[in-house]
Each structure stands twice: as C-alpha cells, then as structure tokens.
Write a protein that binds this ligand. Structure first.
Ligand code: HAM
Length: 444
C-alpha cells in the first residue's frame, strides 16, 4: 500500500550528484531487464489488443445507439479532486491511489475513477450545456489494488452517465443501456444478474429503525464488504457501529427482506428486463451516491466480482460551486468483460493478419513488392509484404496460417510482364489480371 502522504519528492534533475553513475544503474547493467510488465498491469500483444478493441467497439456502438456522445480527459488529476468532502472514498484515497508530487510541487493523482472528472467537466460548462446530456468515455484507471482475477492495478473502464435530470426514467435508461450492452456481446439474461438498491430508500428504512446518519454511512461501508466476510464478523462489526445488539438484529432482518418494488424495477420489467433483484445489502463503495445504485454480476461463480457498477449522484458537481447538476451513470471494466466473454464462450477468434500478403520470390524483389502493395493499400485493403528470407512455400503457409485471405507472388515474370496472379488462400482458386484489375476485384 502507498498512502499518499509518504511518497518521495522527485530529485532535481540536474544536480551534480545525479551525473555520477548510481549503484542501481550498475546493478541493472549486468542483468537483463525483465520482459514482463509492472505488477498488476497488462501488456496487450496484438491478439489481446484485437479483443480489447472489439470490447471497446461494442461499448461505443451501444452507447451511440442510445444517443451518448464521447468525451475524454487526461489521466492526471489534482489529488484534491478525490479528497474533497462528498467525493471521498476513504479506502481509495488512502490505500489505492497512485499519487506523487510533480516538479512544480503540485500533488497529482493518476485517476482511479472517471466520475469526479466527468463532474468537474460538467460543472465547468454547466451554464452552456443544454441538459440533459448523455456522455461516455473509456479511460484507463489506476488503483493500487491486490491484483486478482477480475481486479488489476490498471484497467480500462467504460463510463456512461446522464447529467441534468433526476427523472427516474433516466435511471431506467442507464440500466437498460448496461443490459443491452451485454446482449450486444451475444449474452442472454441467464448469464448475468442486475442487483439494485436505493440509497434514499435505505436512509428512510434506517431512520425508521432509529439509526443515526453517521451510523448509516458506517453501515453502508460495512455492507460493501458483507459478501466478503463471515456472518459472525459482519454481526460483530455491526454491533460495534450501533452499540446495540437488538438494533443490529433489526437491521439484519430489514436488510434480508428484499421484497421491495421500486418504480425503477417496475419500469425495467416493462422494458422486458427481468433479471433484476432488489438487494438491500448492495452498498457501492462511493459516498457520493444519493439514490438508485446497481451492480451487474456474472451468474457463473467463476467470476464473482461485479462486471459493472453505478448509481445516481445528485450533489457531486456542487464541489465546484453553483447549482448541483444531478447525474446517474455506471462504469464497466475491460478485465471483467473479457473474463465474462471467455467464460460464456462469446469470443470469436480475432484475426489480426492483413487481408492480402504480397510474397516476393526473393529479397531482391522486396521493393517491387512494395510498389505492387501500394495501390491495394490506397484502395483501403489491409496489405503487407513478407520481407523475410524464407522460401516461397514457407511464406505461403505462414500467410494462410495467420489467416490472410489472399496472396500475390512476385517474381521476375511478374515484374517484367503486366500480369499478376491472385491466390485465394481459403479455396486455392487463382485469378490472373493486371494490377488495376486485381485492385478492382478486391476493393471495387
Ligand atoms: P466501481 O464499482 O469502482 O465504480 O467500478 C466499476 C467497474 O469497473 C467494476 O464493476 C469493475 O468492472 C471495474 N473495475 C473497478 N476496479 C477495477 C480493477 N481494479 N480492475 C479491473 N476492473 C475494475 C466506479 O468506478 C464508478 N465511478 C462508476 C460510476 C460511473 N458511477 C457513476 N458513474
């Protein structure tokens, strides 16, 4: 864990001492550097990147099909954004942020979530924007977490938020968007479950039992861990908050009776969304939520962490002054998304190879092959030249092993004459023609 107070200041770059070779540098000079990434983050080799891109594409297309517009921001934020009253999440700020002091003595944090950034940007233009607005972004986020299945130190999180309305149908729309996204990946309702709760309703239920406001915040934080601890430990922690065993029992009874029907649940049912349960123990880790909160879980126990989480936060923009702009939204991570797709066999093998490979007979013909490749590229066909010194037979089998669709062999005859032969690597069919004719055939 790195509490943000203890991070070291960077050294001045040009001090005389820094010019002398450091023992650390000497040590690594004799030892090859590791090829793996930093702890808890991923490299994306092309086959991983193809899956990543597919996930991002489905996310964006679904957001746009609901009329959302894309926005973005830097990964660097002033640390105070996460410490301000109302935005804070103690665990995240004290234990999970990557925070450092920059060369101008400013405390900077690599964003651990996007919601404060979105709220900052909305507040900055609150007077000009015509509300409600629907925004989406897919930022990379950094959290110093214990790396485990479904949770890493850097992940990419698709965020969709509606600002400027507190109408309950916005809550329904945002959950319907989350639901539709999973369907667009090929999932069906049996593969996931939507869990719903409402902070405002919970406050009323706690008040009815005589629980004080500070205790409600503490109980909500405890509930966030309820599934991760034993029922004895939960009861003991609850007693510590209430100092009243009878009250604790009443709270547990109230939480376990999930027979609640809210307007949001009824509305979702009207849209045909039935895989929803009301779960009064659902807490969400952030203090800024004020109303509906929800998470989506994979029904396969192999993935026991939430795929998506969100809620309504009607006061967050008041951190920046002015009239608060209500918001509701969610974040969905790429790590859990990929696990979900793999678990339910919803991923198609990604093809990363160029559609057309140009195969010179020998390296002397590499440049001529580039000239032949060019008009295909200009016409928009993904085309590459095999510039290795392998034999032609090996080049052909490499092209078909990588799932390229076509190949053109370039030897002296092809360079001297004006006819080329296009080979379909799936059917074996060959077509002769001029360069223009073949470009037309593949791209026309
Ligand atoms: P969150 O529950 O912290 O919410 O994260 C949302 C989703 O991001 C999680 O359900 C999970 O899919 C993914 N996620 C979170 N942390 C990690 C991690 N360390 N590694 C991999 N995936 C992770 C928020 O961040 C809220 N700001 C979401 C929101 C948007 N609320 C309203 N608008």
């Amino acid at each position: 864990m790195i509490p943000h107070q203890t991070v070291a200041r960077p050294q001045a770059m040009h001090s005389v001492a820094s010019l002398a070779p450091l023992p650390y540098n000497q040590a690594i000079m004799n030892k090859p550097l590791p090829t793996g990434p930093y702890k808890g983050v991923r490299d994306f080799y092309p086959e991983d990147m193809a899956i990543e891109q597919y996930i991002f594409d489905v996310w964006s297309q679904t957001a746009e099909s609901f009329g959302f517009e894309q926005y973005g921001a830097s990964v660097l934020e002033p640390s105070e954004l996460y410490k301000a009253k109302g935005a804070e999440n103690e665990e995240m700020v004290n234990e999970q942020t990557y925070t450092f002091v920059d060369r101008g003595d400013r405390e900077v944090t690599l964003r651990p979530e996007m919601t404060p950034t979105a709220a900052r940007m909305i507040a900055g233009r609150a007077k000009e924007l015509s509300f409600p607005v629907r925004w989406y972004a897919t930022p990379n986020l950094f959290r110093y977490e214990r790396a485990q299945r479904g949770r890493l130190r850097e992940h990419w999180q698709w965020n969709c938020d509606i600002f400027g309305t507190n109408d309950y149908t916005a809550d329904i729309e945002i959950i319907a968007l989350a639901y539709q996204t999973l369907l667009n990946f090929g999932a069906d309702q049996s593969m996931f479950q939507i869990r719903l709760n409402d902070r405002a309703l919970m406050t009323r239920l706690y008040h009815a039992l005589g629980v004080a406001d500070e205790q409600i915040t503490a109980i909500t934080r405890l509930n966030d861990r309820r599934n991760k601890i034993s029922s004895e430990d939960y009861r003991a922690a609850l007693n510590e908050i209430t100092n009243d065993e009878a009250l604790s029992e009443q709270i547990i009874l109230m939480l376990d009776n999930s027979d609640e029907q809210t307007d949001v649940m009824t509305g979702l049912a009207e849209l045909g969304i039935d895989n929803v349960v009301f779960d009064k123990s659902l807490a969400r880790g952030f203090d800024y939520y004020t109303g509906t909160i929800f998470e989506i879980f994979d029904t396969d126990p192999a993935n026991n962490r939430s795929l998506l989480g969100g809620g309504r936060y009607d006061n967050l923009t008041s951190l920046f002054g002015g009239t608060p702009v209500p918001g509701i939204g969610f974040g969905m991570g790429d790590v859990g998304m990929r696990n979900f797709l793999e678990t339910h066999d919803l991923l198609i093998e990604p093809i990363t190879a160029p559609t057309l490979m140009i195969l010179p007979m020998s390296i002397e013909q590499n440049l001529a092959a580039q000239k032949i490749a060019l008009p295909f590229r200009v016409a928009g066909l993904s085309t590459a030249v095999d510039m290795s010194d392998r034999k032609l037979g090996k080049k052909l089998s490499a092209a078909s092993d990588h799932l390229s669709e076509y190949a053109i062999v370039v030897g002296e005859n092809e360079i001297d004459g004006d006819s080329l032969t296009l080979k379909n690597l799936t059917t074996g069919e060959e077509t002769a023609g001029t360069l223009d004719q073949l470009v037309e055939k593949l791209t026309g």
